[in-house]
Structure formats: C-alpha cells, structure tokens
Design a protein around this ligand. Structure first.
Ligand SMILES: *Cc1c(COP(=O)(O)O)cnc(C)c1O
Length: 359
C-alpha cells in the first residue's frame, strides 16, 4: 500500500474525519478538564449536558432547523424508527410508502406489521435502479415515508415529492448533512449516525412538534417520540459517547464551511467516479444517471470474477470496502462527508489503471 492509512470506502459504520479521531484520542482520558473520560462521567453532569445542548444547536445551525422542530437522539439505530414511526403516527389510518430498495422495504415491512400501508410508488420493476417520480398518494394519509438515499442500490432523490399537508418522513441515514435540505418540507427526518455524522449507537431525529398532537400516547415510554422531546433525549441514559462523537463531527463540518461547502465537494467527488464509469463500458453503473447517489457509487464489472479481482486489488492498494452489499453484489464506493477529495481522486486513478490493464 502506498498510503500511510487506507482510504475507507465502507458503507457503514463508515469513515470519520481523521482530525476528529485524533482530537477524541487526545481528550479521551481528560474530558474538558474534568480529569475524567467522557465515557465515565454522569450524563446528568453539567459537562455532558452542555455537550447535548451544543450538539442540538449544531444540528439546528447546520440544517437551518425551524424553531417548531425538535432535535432528538435515540438509541436503536435508524431501524428502531421503522417501527416507532407507525407505532406513533399510523393509528387506524393509512401510511404511504415509496419503495426504492432494500432500506425502504425494511421500513415497509415493519409498518405492514402494525397497520395499513399503501405503496405509493416502487422501482422494484427495474431492480431499484431509479427513484420514481410519480406517486399514487392516499388522500388523508397519516404520513408519506421515503428513503432519501438508498445506500445499497446507490440511488438518491434529487427532488423530494410534494405531499401537501401530509407529513413527509424521510430516512436520511446515508445522506444526512451531505446536502442542503429544506427541513420545513418534512414532518420528520431520521438517520442512523454511523454513516455521516457519528458512530453506531445513536440515531438523529428532527421532528416537527405538531406531529405529536395526534401521536399514540399509550405506547411504552421509550417508544414514544414525546418522551424524547420532553426529556431532551435524556429520559434514560443516552448513548453518551456517540452523541459526543456527533458533537465533534458536526463541529468539524461547521469549521469546514458547513453543509453548503461539503455539498459542493460531495458533488465533485461523485463526479470523479461517475466520469470513470461513463468513460466506456468496462464499468457499468447500476443506477439511472438522473438519480445517482452522491454518497454510494454502485457499479459492476463484466463478470463476478473480474469484480473479485477489482475488489482484491483495490484493497491491496489501500482502498478498503469497495465491495457491494451482499444482497446485490457488484462494487460500491461510499464517499461520505469525511472521505477527502484526495481519496476519491486516487480511487478514480486506480479504476482507470485497472481498466487499462484488464480490458
Ligand atoms: C444503514 C441504514 C439503515 C440502518 O441503520 P441502523 O442504524 O443499522 O439501524 C437504515 N436506513 C438506511 C438508508 C441506511 O443506510
């Protein structure tokens, strides 16, 4: 390997800014002059309470979250929301779901266990290679659920559906903070943190408070969004280390110009790889060009043997994790916020090189 440290293209848990990890290492044994580690102090201590306040403020600032929304930290990953959303908001109504791939399907499965679901659109007919642009919405649906970025299939909404007065709920696990969004267009946004904003153990939720007006109040305490809103996500012990890491990552993002700056770099990074893919027929992009993901670049080579060779040689060169998800095969380079432009440039060069040697 020609690099000091490999470039990490894993889909999740995923790359963290190196600077952030060094910073965490430096203060691991002495957090903010307490003489203790952040891992061992009380979540009710003034020092940790400040971390929570700061992290909420950073989320609000970076995404321009309107005042009538709450910012929450919830354990259970993004997947807990697949169940919590219908438990809280579905009741005896109908929810609309857009089926764009593996993650959408998981959300749909949980909702179907709990109530009435209408599939408003699906791209299953073409192997989830695109994002539908026409929707068969239910009148007075309780909510519409979409998956902003399909991590496995490599597709991403370029424009979000207009759902009128029906709350739009989006799983943004693999794209949160990667591009500017208008939060006011959503009823709720949620994201597992381990792809773009922290480590595994916490999910971030941005919730319009008015959604609680009609929420189910007879759920177990821990499964009610209301509990997290009322207790500032600290009804019980929150995942303190994961929230602390989120604080660090968001500070890093802010220092580097915020979401607007990173969005431009993310576009540049994705273009580098898609340009190589489009330069011939050696690499075959699996997503339609108009809905390709800027976070997860998915492609195939002419056969599985060549893919295996590609993944192996990439690894030996220092590009880790370019293997596609086990459910779809192929190759995938995940290029989240923390992946430096330089790393993608090197990967693009390697891909061109590999193409020259193997075609
Ligand atoms: C990774 C991922 C999830 C699952 O997140 P967990 O935190 O493991 O539950 C859900 N949705 C999307 C879009 C993802 O990329």
């Amino acid at each position: 390997m020609k690099f000091e440290r490999p470039f990490n293209f894993y889909a999740g848990p995923a790359i963290l800014p190196f600077e952030v990890m060094k910073d965490i290492k430096d203060e691991l044994l002495n957090f903010r002059n307490t003489g203790l580690s952040v891992m061992e102090i009380s979540h009710r201590s003034k020092e940790f309470d400040t971390v929570v306040d700061e992290t909420i403020a950073l989320v609000r600032d970076l995404l321009a979250v309107p005042d009538d929304y709450s910012v929450l930290f919830i354990q259970g990953g993004a997947s807990i929301h697949f169940a919590m959303i219908p438990l809280n908001f579905l009741g005896d109504g109908t929810a609309d779901y857009v089926d764009t791939g593996a993650w959408a399907k998981k959300a749909i499965k949980e909702a179907e266990n709990l109530g009435k679901v209408n599939i408003a659109a699906s791209s299953e007919d073409k192997n989830y290679s695109y994002i539908p642009d026409t929707f068969n919405f239910t009148e007075n649906a309780k909510y519409v659920h979409i998956t902003g970025n399909e991590t496995i299939n490599g597709t991403q909404y370029k424009e979000f559906p207009n759902t009128g007065n029906v709350p739009l709920i989006a799983d943004m696990s693999s794209e949160i903070m990667s591009r500017k969004i208008d939060v006011s267009k959503f009823g709720m946004i949620y994201a597992g943190a381990q792809k773009n904003i922290s480590i595994a153990g916490v999910s971030l939720v941005i919730l319009k408070n008015s959604l609680l007006d009609n929420a189910n109040n007879s759920l177990p305490t821990m499964l009610k969004y209301k509990t997290y809103v009322e207790k500032k996500s600290m009804f019980n012990t929150p995942p303190v280390f994961a929230i602390y890491v989120m604080n660090k990552v968001l500070n890093w993002l802010k220092k580097n110009g915020g979401v607007e700056s990173i969005e431009k770099i993310n576009e540049q990074k994705a273009k580098l790889l898609y340009d190589v893919i489009d330069s011939g027929d050696f690499y075959i992009g699996t997503a339609d060009k108009n809905c390709r993901s800027n976070m997860n670049v998915t492609f195939r080579l002419k056969d599985e043997e060549l893919e295996k060779k590609f993944i192996e040689e990439a690894k030996n060169e220092g590009f880790i994790g370019v293997k596609g998800h086990r459910s779809v095969g192929g190759c995938r380079a995940s290029i989240y916020n923390a992946m430096p432009l330089e790393g993608v440039k090197y990967l693009a060069e390697f891909m061109k090189d590999f193409q020259n040697k193997n075609s």
